[in-house]
Design a protein around this ligand. Sequence first.
Ligand code: HEM
Length: 395
Amino acid sequence: MRNTILSVYQPSHLAKLVPTMQAFIECATQHLESKGEDITFSDLSLVLATDVIGQAAFGVDFGLSKPQSISDSIENTSHQQNDNEVQDFINQHIYSTTQLKMDLSGSLSIILGLLVPILQEPFRQILKRIPGTMDYKVDRTNQNLSSRLDEIVSKRMKEEDRGSKDFLSLILRARESETTAKNVFTSDYISAVTYEHLLAGSATTSFTLSSIIYLVAGHPEVEKKLLEEIDGFGPPDQMPTAHDLQNKYPYLDQVIKEAMRFYTVSPLVARETSAQVEIGGYILPKGTWVWLALGVLAKDPKNFAEPDKFIPERFDPNCEEEKQRHPYANIPFGIGPRSCIGQKFSLQEIKLTLIHLYRKYVFRHSPYMENPLELEYGIVLNFKHGIKVRAIKRA
Ligand code: HEM
C-alpha cells in the first residue's frame, strides 16, 4: 500500500513536477512588491503549498495562488457560498488548518486525552454534540471535509480517462488493476489518505517556507551568502532541474536545515509499542503510546552549541559540530519506516520557491510584527499573527 503511494514521491516523478511547481510559484509571487505594503507571507505560502499539493494529490488546480484569490480564500472561508465542491473543500481545509488548535483554546477532549487518555473518546462523544465547543467545530469541519472529499473521489472514480499522474489517479488505477487492491483501497480509505496528504503537505511546507523568509530577513550575513549562491547558479531565467536543486545549492541546504531545527514544525511524533520494549531503562508494555519530542531534541545544547541562535553553518559538512553530531539529532521529517513520505517533495518545492523569490526580492520584517515571534501549538506549529514582511525588489 505504502509502495503504491511512495511511487508518486519517487525522484523520477518528482523531477517531472518541477515545471508544475514553478508555474504555481510564479503565479503566487508575481505582484509581491506592487503595492509597497506589508504582505502576510504565511498566508501566501499556505495557498501556494495547498495549490501545489492539490495538483499533485488530486490533479486539480485549486486556483488559490492567483493573486486576486489569495486574500479572499483566507478571509472569507467561513461564509463563502460556492457551488464548486473543490473550492469549497479547500476553503474548509484552510479553515481547519488555520483555526483548529491543540492548545488551551483547542479541543477539550484532545487536551484531556493528553492527560488522561482513557477519557478522551467518551468526552469527545459528549462534547461534539454541544454547539460552541471546539469539539463541535472540529466534528462539523471533519464531516464537511469528508463529505466534500467523498464527492471528489467518487466523481474521479467514474471518469474514464484519468490521464494525469496525480496521487488520486494513481491509487484509483492500482485499485482497478488488482483485485486484492479493491478490498484495501476502499473509497473511504482513498478519501482519507488523499486528505492526509493534503493536510500533511500544506501546513508543514508553508510554515517552513515562512520561517525561512522570517529568519533570513533577520540575519543579513546569512542573506548575503545565500544571495551569492543563488546568483552564482546562472542566468536569472534558468530554471534549476531537480538534480541542480539537490546538488548545486549547498548553503541553501544548510539554511533550510537550520530553519527546520530552529522552528520544528511537527514538534511531536507518536508511536504505539507493538510489543513490550525497554527504552532508557523503562519497561513499556505492548500498546503504550510513546511521544518523541522532535522540537526539544533539536534544541539540545549537547548536539547544537548555542541552540537558540540561527547558524546555518552548523550544518556545513566540514563543520566539527556537524561531524560529531548524532545522526538522529535533527529529524524534522521523523525517522524509520513511518517517516515523512513527502520529504523530497517538500524540499524540492521549498528550494524552488526560495530560489525564485531571492532572485527577485529581499525581505524585511514589517514594523507591525510582534517581537519576539509568537507561536501557536496545533497539530503542527503555526504563527500566532502570521509572518508579515516587506518585499523589496532587487536592483
Ligand atoms: C516541511 C515539510 C514537512 C515536514 C516538516 C513534515 C514532517 C512530517 C513528520 C514529522 C511526519 C511523521 C513522521 C514520523 O512519525 O516519524 C510526517 C509524516 C507524513 N508526512 Fe510529512 N512533512 C512535510 C511535508 C509533507 C508533504 C509535502 C507531504 C505530502 C506530499 C507529506 C506527507 C506525509 C505523510 C503521508 C505522512 C505519514 C506517513 C506515514 O504514516 O507512513 N509531508 N511528516
